[in-house]
Design a protein around this ligand. Structure first.
Ligand code: SDX
Length: 431
């Protein structure tokens, strides 16, 4: 869908008034098109961190950060999480519409057909040191897929469909294999008789000597967790996927770059850091005040993990879903996790503190997801991998949209602040 022209904006530069078109999206978001600004004035816009810059027009995901709304292809995320399986949402993001029952069955079969990875790729796992972070393995394996499955034609739809299916199916297998490697157990192959989430849980928790029954509450929780992570418009890793892809490189390489971007603690890596923060509070006696004070201290680089968001200035709708899921999974396991009590107290204290209120800092998606994964038996260093499996269909959909729309290569400008021209002093004379 194209943006509609709706008005103009005047910019006064050096005594001259220039007029630029204003475009409007389907939900009323308006943007000044300044693409001719530099040509006409010699000026560029300065927008560190792209806080006010729309890098593309997109049909995929809509967020209203003030109202706490998140929709994929027009469907509310809570509605999707309640009524759909993850592979339906993956289909929706990639193909633009929800599958019919027949399409879903066919898609499920296709994903199963492509769930194995080349046997030679398995050797890679044995050569990583024992404590390798699974995100490092995941990104390296994602780009390695381009060597093992190279028959990819970027302009041929059937080839691209095959690549997309392979990625969605195989990344889950790679994730489970990387976990097995980290605990020194043999890998468990995917099974054709299991659904996407059940298959993943089986590869994670069964072993050649022990068939672990799949708890339907866990499979349902995993489905929902993957759905709430499935896309989030132009976040850091998605912008990286689009940016890398705009150079003309293949989908596997672009996804590998996205995985690396997601790993950072200010992005998807925060889910791991939330648990580490809660564990630290627990070890030190359970008092949340110290952490709150540290997060508020302008001289400390520490941030309250799982709090704050570039777009949401209200409660992240995904955090609401994750919080309820977390309680459901804890109830199903019949356990009592002291970290949940600490998390809830931390949330309440922060939401009633003027520092967090004035800055509109609320729990984000990462605040309760880690706790839920932990209850499901997924180890802390796998949390960001779980985020990546969920985000994959979103990255793919965004990459395809970029690839179909002849996007120019991503190439921001800069304001240079380094030294002016100077002469090289011969090395013997340098002090
Ligand atoms: C994800 O963008 C996406 O869509 C990402 C994501 C997705 O689905 O792809 O939603 C996933 O990345 C979630 C975010 C996970 N990260 C964390 O939980 C790490 C902690 N959060 C922050 O580092 C921070 O809130 C960011 C990085 C998420 C957002 O940063 P912004 O928009 O650049 O805001 P900012 O850092 O400029 O903060 C504005 C003010 C600052 O205070 P002042 O300088 O104005 O006094 O709020 C303060 C910040 O210091 N602040 C925090 C805080 N987050 C912001 N203070 C304490 N604790 C925090 N968590």
């Amino acid at each position: 869908m194209k943006m509609e022209k709706n008005g103009t904006a005047e910019i006064r530069v050096d005594g001259k008034t220039l007029t630029y078109p204003v475009y409007e999206g389907t939900e009323g978001e308006r943007a000044i098109d300044i693409s001719k600004l530099r040509k006409e004035t010699g000026l560029i816009t300065y927008d560190s961190g792209f806080m006010n810059t729309g890098s593309c027009a997109s049909d995929i995901t809509f967020i209203d950060g003030e109202k706490g709304i998140l929709r994929y292809r027009g469907y509310d995320v809570a509605d999707l999480a309640e009524k759909c399986e993850f592979i339906e949402v993956a289909y929706l993001l990639v193909h633009g519409s929800l599958p019919t029952a027949v399409q879903k069955d066919r898609y499920s079969q296709l994903l199963n057909q492509h769930s194995m990875i080349h046997e030679d790729m398995k050797d890679f796992f044995s050569n990583y040191p024992e404590h390798s972070h699974p995100m490092a393995i995941l990104s390296a394996m994602a780009v390695s897929l381009s060597s093992f499955y190279p028959e990819l034609g970027q302009d041929v739809k059937e080839d691209l469909d095959m690549t997309v299916t392979r990625l969605i199916s195989k990344l889950r297998t790679i994730a489970a294999f990387s976990y097995k490697k980290s605990i020194g157990e043999p890998t468990i192959y995917p099974r054709h008789d299991l659904k996407y989430c059940e298959n993943f849980l089986n590869m994670m928790f069964s072993s050649p000597v022990r068939k672990e029954p799949i708890n339907p509450v866990m499979a349902d929780a995993l489905n929902k967790l993957l759905i709430i992570h499935a896309d989030h418009e132009q976040n850091c890793s998605t912008s990286v996927v689009r940016g890398v892809g705009s150079s003309g490189i293949n989908l596997y390489a672009s996804i590998a770059a996205g995985i690396c971007a997601l790993w950072g603690p200010r992005h998807g890596g925060a889910n791991q850091h939330v648990i580490e923060m809660l564990e630290e509070i627990y070890r030190e006696g359970g008092d949340v005040s110290k952490v709150i004070e540290r997060a508020k201290n302008p001289r400390s680089p520490f941030r309250l993990m799982g709090f704050g968001h570039r777009v949401y200035k209200s409660y992240d709708p995904r955090a609401k879903i994750a919080k309820e899921l977390c309680k459901k999974v804890i109830a199903a396991t019949n356990t009592k996790d002291p970290l949940l009590d600490i998390a809830q107290e931390l949330e309440e204290r922060a939401l009633n503190d003027s520092y967090f209120q004035e800055r509109n800092l609320y729990p984000n998606v990462d605040f309760y997801t880690g706790l839920t994964y932990r209850e499901m038996g997924i180890p802390t260093n796998m949390f960001t991998v779980m985020f990546a499996i969920g985000r994959l269909p979103g990255w793919i959909a965004q990459w395809l949209e970029m690839n179909n729309s002849e996007t120019p290569i991503a190439r921001p400008r800069q304001v240079y602040t380094g030294p002016n021209l100077r002469k090289v002093t011969p090395i013997a004379k340098r002090k």
